[in-house]
Design a binder for this molecule. Structure first.
Ligand code: NDP
Length: 480
């Protein structure tokens, strides 16, 4: 069985502890590889390498940095089948999804920032005859990047690519639950001849490796994507150290459906936005609000569509719902379905674990689940479940649905289905969310600001916002 290695100073290295953790294939519930159980000593080595590499990398002409990023993007594309296969095994997601979404997007992230940096410019502020100010944007130093398990290479590269493009060097930690494609990325970086120390990947537990990165006194900025509770913990350590923070956290996204929508388009997209990646996308719509006039029709069509989603082997072409990422997460989702029952929710379909046959019999599978009859403010409707579970709630007026949509502590994404343009603009203006999709879902333009409000995060990724994050502005004022 493969032993994943850290990638430090351009080399694949074993952890100082020489200890490894189990890496489980969730589709079969069995260990299939091992992950370095790294600690603060490995982070220190990674930091030293990144610090040394920063001297050259930060002053390398942006055209040269761009070439490295574009080479990495090309190598990801060339290795798409291997990477998609690895992502599917590590995470449990359908192979088709990894092949068409995760891995192409990881390549796109490197390509986008490899070209984006060539167009990144700073401002000048003229004081007419008196003076001129210009803003330098200087790379911040060694960046700490920490990412979650749901879109492993997709989100890992979404941080690393802008950091490297901006001239920072990086100490990065992928989720311990899904480390494999980050490991394969190290091999790709070696093949691309990325200079030693520019990117360092340290595998291991959040409490050890993640914490060592966050509390490192010389790492001045942290880009983190993960749960809100972890985000709070990170902020409490980083804030007194005056670190720059980008936090992309949890969500409980509303999907608001008006009777005047394009019904067929809405129905097929809503099935997707509810259950893609087993509902484990921070942008999935887990609270579906339906205008009462079409509630019964929607309910019947949506439940029928949900029942058709095939739960099964992630590697099969027909599978729509693969395995849940881990046993603890599988148990968490089932506990929320139980809670919904206690809160007097009615399960319209799903609601149970699925026992598949043969070698998949120990895998973590859950039926896509639709629940109705819950008050908008109960725990099931307020807390993030992050699984294939949605609730249906009818509404009568725009004011009422807006109030319910805005009632959670979260504010990441939202979806709105209507043909009434004026209403669409009005709701988009008033909804608590960093992202509003009108008559679509997950349509992404990488130039746009990405992130959430309230407990869904601090700061924005995407486009030049990410390059702003990884650079420090310095104003220079020249008296004329
Ligand atoms: P976690 O917060 O558990 O973990 C995220 C990362 O942080 C992992 O690499 C984890 O390591 C690490 N970590 C854990 N504890 C610490 C710590 N004390 N200090 C530093 N790092 C730590 O999130 P999940 O991996 O469970 O991801 C799911 C969550 O991510 C959901 O809440 C989801 O909504 C959110 N998310 C948000 C997105 C957004 O853009 N807003 C996008 C995707 C997901 P380890 O795995 O070893 O514990």
């Amino acid at each position: 069985m493969i032993h994943i290695q850290n990638y430090i100073n351009g080399q694949l290295t074993s952890p100082n502890s020489q200890k490894y953790l189990d890496n489980i294939d969730p589709s079969i519930g069995k260990v299939y590889s091992f992950i370095p159980d790294s600690d603060n000593t490995d982070v220190e080595l990674a930091y030293s390498a990144a610090k040394a590499a920063f001297k050259e990398w930060s002053i390398l002409p942006k055209e040269k940095r761009s070439q490295y990023l574009l080479k990495i993007a090309a190598l990801i594309e060339q290795n798409i089948d291997k990477l998609a296969w690895a992502e599917s095994i590590d995470n449990g997601k359908p192979l088709k999804l990894a092949r068409t979404v995760d891995i192409p997007r990881a390549a796109a992230n490197f390509h986008f920032y490899g070209t984006g940096i060539l167009h990144y410019a700073s401002h000048a502020h003229s004081m007419e005859e008196t003076a001129i100010n210009y803003t330098l944007r200087q790379p911040m130093g060694v960046a700490g990047c920490i990412s979650p398990w749901n879109l492993p290479l997709y989100l890992f590269s979404w941080k690393i690519a802008p950091a490297l493009a901006a001239g920072c060097t990086v100490v990065a930690k992928p989720s311990e639950v899904t480390p494999m494609t980050a490991y394969l990325l190290s091999e790709i970086c070696m093949e691309a001849k990325l200079p030693a120390g520019v990117l360092n990947i340290v595998h291991g537990l959040g409490a050890k490796v993640g914490n060592a990165i966050v509390s490192h006194k010389d790492i001045p900025l942290i880009s983190f994507t993960g749960g809100t509770t972890t985000g709070k913990q990170i902020a409490s350590i980083a804030a007194p150290m005056f670190k720059k923070l980008s936090l992309e956290l949890g969500g409980k996204n509303p999907n608001i459906i008006f009777a005047d929508c394009d019904y067929e388009k809405m129905l097929s997209t809503t099935l997707h936005s509810s259950f893609a990646n087993q509902g484990q996308i921070c942008l999935c719509g887990s609270r579906i609000f339906i205008e009462r006039k079409i509630y019964e029709k929607f309910k019947s069509d949506f439940v029928a569509g949900t029942k058709e989603l095939v739960v099964g082997d992630p590697r099969h072409e027909k599978t729509k719902i693969g395995a849940i990422v881990s046993q603890p997460h599988f148990e968490k989702i089932l506990s929320y379905i139980e809670l919904a029952g206690k809160e007097n929710g009615k399960i319209l379909c799903g609601g149970k674990a699925v026992k598949l046959s043969g070698e998949l019999s120990q895998g973590y599978y859950i039926q896509p689940t639709v629940i109705e009859g819950l008050p908008f403010d109960c725990r099931t409707n307020q807390e993030e479940i992050f699984g294939p579970v949605v609730t249906l709630t009818p509404f009568d007026t725009e004011e009422e649905v807006l109030m319910m949509a805005n009632s959670t502590v979260y504010g990441l994404a939202s979806m709105l289905w209507t043909q009434d343009l004026t209403r669409a603009h009005r709701i988009a203006n008033n909804i608590h969310a960093g992202i509003v999709w009108i008559n679509c879902w997950l349509l992404r333009d990488l130039r746009t600001p990405f992130g959430g409000v309230k407990a869904s995060g601090v700061g924005r990724e995407g486009g030049f916002e990410a390059l702003d994050f990884f650079t420090e502005p310095k104003n220079v004022c020249i008296k004329l």
